[in-house]
Ligand binder design. Sequence first.
Ligand SMILES: *[C@@H]1O[C@H](CO)[C@@H](O)[C@H](O)[C@H]1NC(C)=O
Ligand SMILES: *[C@@H]1O[C@H](CO)[C@@H](O)[C@H](O)[C@H]1NC(C)=O
Length: 511
Amino acid sequence: MEESLRWLHALMIVCLLFSSRLGYVWAHGDGLVDQPLSKIGVHNIVVELDDSVSVNAYPPILGLEGQDTEWVTVNIEHPNPDKNDWVGVFSPAKFDGSTCWPSGDPKKQSPYVCTAPIKYKFATDSNSGYTKTGKSCLKFQLINQRADFAFALFSGGIWNPKLVAISNKISFSNPKAPLYPRLAQGKSWDEMTVTWTSGYNIDEAVPFVEWARDGEPSKQSPAGTLTFDKNSMCGGPARSVGWRDPGFIHTSFLKDLWPNTVYTYRVAHRLCNNEIVWGKNYTFKSSPFPGEDSLQRVIIFGDMGKAERDGSNEYSNYQPGSLNTTDQLIKDLRNYDIVFHIGDITYSNGYLSQWDQFTAQVEPIAATVPYMIASGNHERDWPNSGSFYDGEDSGGECGVPAETMFFVPAENRAKFWYKTDYGMFRFCIADSEHDWREGTEQYKFIEECLSTVDRRKQPWLIFSAHRPLGYSSNQWYGEEGSFEEPMGRELTEPLAEIQGRYCILWTCAQL
Ligand SMILES: *[C@@H]1O[C@H](CO)[C@@H](O)[C@H](O)[C@H]1NC(C)=O
Ligand SMILES: *[C@@H]1O[C@H](CO)[C@@H](O)[C@H](O)[C@H]1NC(C)=O
């Protein structure tokens, strides 16, 4: 009886094993879809500034009431409009050749522009009359990404762009504001980590989290600060046109939490003059005690991606479903306690601006429940960079943004495997982009994670990784007659030794 109650009480696992991207591929059947920013021929940009063309953006200052997201209006007037005219949003606003790498070839001029916009829209977007009137009014939703913005009008389409006009600059009132907090389980069950992004380095302000249990005096905990530079990218576009400064990423460790308890918190920076810049207030519920028999609800999914709510980047062609998924998860926030996003996080594919946009998209979720990620091919894979697979799916990121932007309780975050306990669950999260064959460090970790769980206290043992174990329905494995990922069956032995109930979850095919 007690046993059955325990199960009844228990645990709702919702596995959303779908992919917005896969949906697209099924619908169109034409293989891979590209990151929309990769369709822009940044290296082909030529400058033909034309005084008769104007681009104006307003309001000039955003976030006057502390908002981190704002709508901006961009008015265009062009005496010779064309349906291929488009507007790129650049941030920082100064995007000319002064930020370029030297061309190396003396016969070739240095490129005029060498960073991709953070997003773009065609001038005809919601203004079909543009080709006749030469007037367009575009709406963009911008998030605070630590730098100012300029809007550039190009003719000639996105592959052979001619820069004809640049707008005034606009900016958030505090571009450095601390933003997009994301929670993750710490290394022990009674520790919650808070990670966020800001423009404040440690020589300018001291990052910390203020937090409190209901009705108790608040505490402050310090945060560590990380960042990374272009040289830690493994190749292009992350190292070239896709590069954008990631800001500073801070993580604080809230320790000795009481089980199942609601805490409020806010992130902050203390400036040299002792003034404090605060983030917003949030609440979270701490983890149950390991083995505790209470209602514990888990959501596991992968391959979500991001999209722009303003329709930028021709969003209906890339990952519109990611917004539907995000919105549904926000609506259901009261109905689950922890999230696992097991790989393929942003599909930024080397366009680093997309990481801020992703953390903004999931903020309502990640700031409220632990948002635990795993590494996928789109985070990690790059030739000769230590990934097990030699594909170029990470666009040169080779795991660095993923392991810096999100905390995971791994021994070494470059090796993206970890265990975490949550009440009646033990999660063993493996890293399918690193070798896990017998004899490897990761194999030892997996064996250890599976064998050290007390199955009486934690009947739910979840093994999860991005790529499928066992077999894969992915077309190209089928074509070569293998029906499995190369390491798909390497873990048969440790998994077969598990006694009792367990669950193995992965996301879908490697797109
Ligand atoms: C956030 O919480 C703190 C501490 O309880 C409070 O002083 C502050 O006014 C709150 N801020 C907002 C914006 O509600
Ligand atoms: C996703 O959201 C869009 C925009 O709100 C909506 O038009 C569309 O029907 C949604 N798709 C699904 C499958 O719910």
